[in-house]
Ligand binder design. Structure first.
Ligand code: ZN
Length: 414
């Protein structure tokens, strides 16, 4: 099963926006841009929202039926590992194997030596056809890379084998993620990581590195944009090189996690993927939930009440909510508005504070990030929350479609 050039991971915390999300993809298609839609949900999200992977499949199928969608769509078992893969095997056709927790664990000396010997022709100066500067490495450096990543990739291979044995006919997509690692992967690391993936015969079609700079959930890129541009371009060139050299799948591409709202770098990404004539996968899951919340707030009445209640609870339970997401958020508690104040706000004020619009003086990225994590509170509300989504669906659905199409697809792919 081949992943096409452009794809977008929409996710959907509460399973109510599948149709609104697919609508954004249809709008893109009407403008001549083919994008595969990927409904991703991690085990962490399933635990918090008390859903099962089957629920995601049902939601996707309903959306696809509604619009008679003939394009590709996927159900992504996002950030899974050996401890939870079984839950996802039947309902998923896209598996994101997360190797982060194994990074830094060492393989045996024999395996490391065998790997380096196998790829010794890539030691020294390697010129990549698509960029000017060569990559330079030596045996010592590659030994360190192998010591850091080889074991983790072996674990991915075991996980892949398990999926392959259960799914048969190879009707699924494999992504490997390391975006939640503590350090970014630099070009030489990345080249040998891809070599190791090829060495293990994993048919990877998307790979999510940790890029330079910060990719926090639901807010803009935080870092040196020129440095990012350089890093991104080299990694793209390495992917193209690795496909040829290591015989990795032709559809292999970079995957950008916590990709939503990285407006500051979308122009660069757009220009570079066109320059290299390649694609990317962008994961945006969490912002759909923020659009729901935004829509509830401006709807007023019960909708606004729910939005305020979620903020109040999230504020009180900040540490607990931040814990599972510590590597992908940056909330300054001092900059959060006091819930007593928020309680007096109009729906418009709440929405302006939440909406990611840097030109608006009310926008508060700390407020936005805390609410990004606040879906746990909404999940605990159960029926009350989901019912509100139904009552105010007209406003909310429009916002969800608009967010994905106007703010993500357009700047990235058009
Ligand atoms: Zn991720």
């Amino acid at each position: 099963m081949k992943l096409q050039k452009y794809s977008i991971g929409t996710g959907d915390r509460f399973g109510c926006q599948g149709k609104a999300q697919l609508k954004a993809i249809i709008k893109a298609q009407e403008q001549g841009i083919d994008i595969a839609i990927v409904w991703n949900k991690s085990h962490r999200e399933h635990l918090i929202t008390k859903t099962m992977p089957d629920d995601v499949l049902r939601e996707a199928q309903a959306a696809v039926r509604e619009f008679n969608w003939k394009g590709n769509y996927f159900i992504d078992a996002d950030h899974i590992d050996a401890s939870n893969v079984d839950l996802f095997i039947n309902s998923s056709n896209y598996f994101t194997l997360d190797i982060t927790k194994y990074i830094g664990k060492k393989s045996s000396d024999i395996e490391i030596k065998r790997f380096i010997d196998n790829y010794r022709q890539y030691l020294g100066n390697i010129s990549l056809p698509l960029i000017k500067e060569p990559l330079i490495s030596d045996r010592k450096q590659v030994k360190e890379i192998a010591e850091t990543y080889l074991f983790a990739i072996k674990k991915a291979s075991e996980l892949y084998q398990k999926i392959e044995n259960n799914k048969k006919q190879n009707n699924f997509v494999i992504e490997i993620s390391m975006d939640e690692a503590s350090d970014p992967q630099f070009p030489v690391d990345f080249l040998f990581i891809l070599a190791a993936i090829a060495h293990e015969n994993i048919p990877v079609q998307a790979i999510a590195p940790k890029f330079i700079g910060k990719f926090h959930k639901g807010v803009d890129y935080d870092g040196d944009i020129e440095q990012f541009a350089k890093h991104f371009k080299i990694l793209l060139a390495i992917v193209e090189f690795a496909k040829q050299e290591f015989l990795l799948p032709d559809s292999l591409k970079l995957s950008i996690h916590s990709g939503s709202d990285k407006f500051a770098i979308y122009k660069i990404i757009n220009a570079e993927i066109k320059h290299f004539d390649t694609g990317i996968h962008l994961k945006t899951a969490g912002t759909t939930w923020l659009e729901e919340l935004n829509g509830l707030a401006i709807s007023g009445n019960e909708g606004l009440e729910i939005a305020k209640e979620i903020y109040l609870n999230a504020y009180e339970r900040l540490d607990e909510l931040c814990e599972p997401y510590s590597s992908v958020i940056d909330i300054n508690k001092q900059k959060l508005p006091n819930p007593i104040e928020v309680n007096k706000w109009t729906g418009e004020k709440f929405a302006r504070t939440l909406t990611h619009d840097k030109s608006c003086p009310d926008y508060n990225m700390h407020f936005r990030q805390l609410l990004h994590l606040g879906y746990k509170i909404a999940a605990e509300m159960g029926f009350r929350y989901k019912n509100a989504l139904k009552i105010y669906s007209k406003i909310i659905n429009k916002k969800v479609t608009r967010n994905i199409f106007e703010r993500h697809i357009k700047p990235l792919f058009l």
